[in-house]
Design a binder for this molecule. Sequence first.
Ligand code: B12
Length: 257
Amino acid sequence: MADHPTHRQIVRPYGDTTGDGMVQLSFTLPLPHDKRAEGAALQLAGKMGLDPALLVHAKAMGPDFTFFVVYGRVHHLVDVDKVQVLEREFPLLSAKEVNAAIRAGLKRRLVVVGACIGTDAHTVGIDAILNIKGFAGEKGLEYYSEITVRNLGAQVLVPDLVERARAERADAVLVSQVVTQRDAHLHNVREMSAAFREAYPAGTAPLLVVGGPRFDETMAGELGVDRIFGKGTTPGEVASYLVHALVTTDGHRRRAS
Ligand code: B12
């Protein structure tokens, strides 16, 4: 039924009145702030399909750059049926249920090694998942009695991460990447997954889990990792996923040596 024309859900952006197509867009141009720069901003908005386009904000960012906010109408339609997202493929468990599942399924504590790799020093995200104080009202993985957490912190080199994962006999490696300049997050994750594939015999590498606010969660396969978590992830989701991937669906997963 989903592709029957009468059931399609088509939407447009909404600004002042329902379905008016109004959107707001912000960007910076490498021009000093003057009338010409404002005209240049409107030209760009027009080329991007905003018609009409209104300049609602312009501010000099130093002598050579200007920041703009443009408000205007687009004529595009969104076909909601064609949206592709990764739906959660595992049930959400309470901390009690996670601990019980690990105890019953693994019969030992589940070991997690976490880090920010590359030059990335944004540790708040990985700490939100791992530290006992947690995030969004949920305790972090350190709170779980059946999970051992080794948080290596910021700017960890990939070879050091692999070595530590091996030394700790990690079941899962949790890596955070926040900086996306020049696709650093994608390069770093590819390097990391390749290093694990090389260092471990096939099928014995730890579960590789990556997170950060600007990842496309559907790219796990392409990046060579098992799962990607995006912005707003909570520790409970990650703990539930670990049980799903390492205990429930693959209880006999071999521990790397
Ligand atoms: C705090 C902060 C800093 C702090 C970091 C302190 C610290 N110890 O972490 C400091 C001041 C050091 C800093 C420095 C820099 N920063 Co900064 N920073 C931020 C800021 C304001 C907030 C990030 C944050 O803490 N978010 C809160 C956490 C909880 O959210 P999160 O990271 O998304 O994590 C959640 C999820 O993504 C997910 N998650 C994250 N990781 C993982 C991992 C796993 C395994 C899982 C499962 C889930 C998961 O779960 C978390 C909870 O839901 C952002 C802007 C913003 N508002 O986001 C800029 C921002 C990230 N920084 C930026 C930049 C550019 C820098 C600098 C390069 C600035 C400079 N020129 O020096 C440096 C780089 C330093 C470095 N070497 O990395 C840019 C990045 C732009 C880009 N395209 O990449 C941002 C977006 C600001 C901006 N708009 O320009 N920064």
